[in-house]
Design a protein around this ligand. Structure first.
Ligand SMILES: [Zn+2]
Length: 420
């Protein structure tokens, strides 16, 4: 049997609190990172933590398994040399406005360098945001080039279809009082529900009300930027944006029951076009598979939709989800504007989304949406008409209200059978 490599004699090295013996306090929303203080999720010594939970979101569970099997030394300290962002993001005024950012750490990309001294003292302070650069190359952009809609400029879009991007990965960091206020629930009730519905995974949620920050074991966000990231908050620089919630079936595998990948690619096209015109493009990719219900629930719903009497129909689209999941949606778009506040964005010129929920969440947070861009009709796969017409009837943005079907019309929109 493998044995984990934990060595008790090393614990002092990685978990010893600062000389005064106190664990640094967190002042959420403070104007400087020094005043805000480091978030410490010490996995080697819980007593040295000032947050609940562990780093790396959902992957913290794999980390635990790697420690259990002896693959990973639990006392390993990351070497953060050369890992800092290639661009400057913030601070922006939104970082200090109470209640504006509650679900991520706006300083998360800066803590590696800023708190190196704490790290040297053995306190576990790690970045929750990483920013890097990449080239992406996807078939739909080649299609847009062939059709003459996009032209290579050698900078943002190259002749070979490479798109130069900056990208950021963000792990969730929840400020529990702010989170409760945003969702309109009592903080104690939220903590208790998180504790009970995770099978009691984090007792500190209920035993340590003094710890206000929680690193939940869930998926985070990935951002793709086209153009100059450092001007993205400037309202005079046009911004195109797609806010996309993960759909593995369509995004990666090209499943045709929804419009996810076609709309994502259309959004990327708009972002490239806007960046080429001197603006910026931003794709926000949220790990909220199947409306945050998960893929197992999603596939159960697909079966229920396609097996129901009369077949898959736009008229029964939402009902089938609710039968299986108990709700239609668990994405909590009310939290989504945090990303925009992190970037200091106040205006989106071209919003590649028809979702009323996303639009309303941004509008409620004072982010102006100038134009909403529907997915071009020719990009909607035939089997996805059920979802599209159901969403339009439920409040999705359509430029022409005449396009919204009545109940009878919706009954006529049918999807493919399960065995076809
Ligand atoms: Zn989808």
């Amino acid at each position: 049997m493998k044995k984990n490599r934990s060595n008790p004699s090393h614990i002092v090295l990685t978990s010893h609190p600062p000389k005064d013996g106190k664990i640094p306090k967190i002042t959420w929303g403070a104007k400087t990172l020094a005043e805000r203080g480091p978030l410490i999720a010490s996995m080697a010594d819980h007593a040295a933590s000032n947050v609940i939970g562990a780093y790396a979101g959902a992957y913290s569970v794999y980390r635990a398994v790697a420690v259990a099997t002896g693959e990973l030394d639990p006392l390993h300290v990351p070497d953060l040399h050369n890992t800092s962002p290639p661009v400057k993001i913030g601070p922006h005024e939104q970082w200090f406005e109470p209640g504006k950012i509650v679900s991520l750490d706006p300083w998360g990309h800066m803590v590696g360098e800023a708190f190196e001294d704490y790290r040297q003292k053995g306190l576990d302070v790690r970045p929750t945001i990483a920013v890097t650069r990449a080239h992406i190359n996807i078939p739909e952009i080649h299609d847009a080039m062939r059709a003459g809609r996009l032209k290579p400029d050698g900078k943002i879009l190259k002749e070979n279809g490479d798109v130069r991007v900056t990208k950021a990965a963000i792990d969730p960091v929840w400020h529990l009082p702010g989170m409760a206020a945003r969702l309109g629930v009592d903080e104690h009730d939220l903590r208790r529900s998180l504790f009970e519905n995770s099978g009691g995974m984090f007792p500190e949620l209920v035993t340590r009300p003094d710890l206000k920050v929680f690193l939940p074991p869930i998926g985070g966000h990935t951002l793709y930027f086209m153009g100059d990231v450092e001007t993205i908050h400037d309202p005079n620089v046009p911004l195109a944006c797609r806010v996309h919630d993960e759909c593995n079936g369509s995004d990666v595998f090209g499943s045709d029951i929804c419009t996810c990948r076609p709309y994502l690619c259309h959004g990327i096209e708009l972002c490239i076009e806007t960046a080429q015109q001197g603006g910026c493009g931003l794709v926000v990719y949220n790990r909220k598979e199947g409306r945050a219900l998960g893929e197992v629930t999603k596939f159960l719903v697909y079966n229920a939709r396609k097996r129901q009497e009369g077949g898959d129909s736009a008229a029964k689209y939402f009902e089938r989800t609710e039968c299986v999941a108990g709700v239609q949606d668990m994405r909590f778009q009310a939290l989504m504007p945090d990303i925009f506040h992190w970037l200091g964005i106040k205006k989106i010129d071209r919003f590649a989304s028809m979702s009323n929920m996303k639009h309303d969440a941004l509008a409620q947070h004072g982010i102006e949406i100038v134009h909403r861009i529907p997915i071009p009709a020719e990009l909607i796969p035939p089997d996805a008409a059920v979802e599209m017409e159901a969403k339009k009837a439920a409040g999705y943005f359509v430029p022409d209200p005449e396009q919204v079907m009545d109940e009878k019309g919706l009954e006529g929109v049918k999807g493919r059978g399960l065995d076809e």
